[in-house]
Ligand binder design. Sequence first.
Ligand code: FES
Length: 127
Amino acid sequence: MGSRMLRGTGKRKFLRLLFLLPYALLRMAKVTYIHPDGSVKVVESENGKSVLQIALENGIPVEHACGGNGFCTTCSCDVQEGQKMIDTGVVSAVNEREENMGVEGPERRLSCQTIVHGEITVKVVEA
Ligand code: FES
């Protein structure tokens, strides 16, 4: 592959794919949780689980008054990095349930409705 092919956005796309390849091959998700007190915890999980599900499986406290059904907003989080690694990869795509609950993307999401497919960083929002 010549250097002419790695210019501008093409180069960025190539580097992004190269960076994401291990996660895609291993079908792994990596989530960095930043809590309101500033503490940080990084965990890995398999792809296709919600931010809330991964947190609970790893003992990370995230409020979830409705049990993860998208009806309370206590699990709100801000996706700070990796927005293309959630849901279908479409930035700002809050789902219908989030929209009905008044959640406005692209950063603010419900952690029970946000499915992870790679590496992301979320800030847990105090309810
Ligand atoms: S746990 Fe209630 S909206 Fe996510």
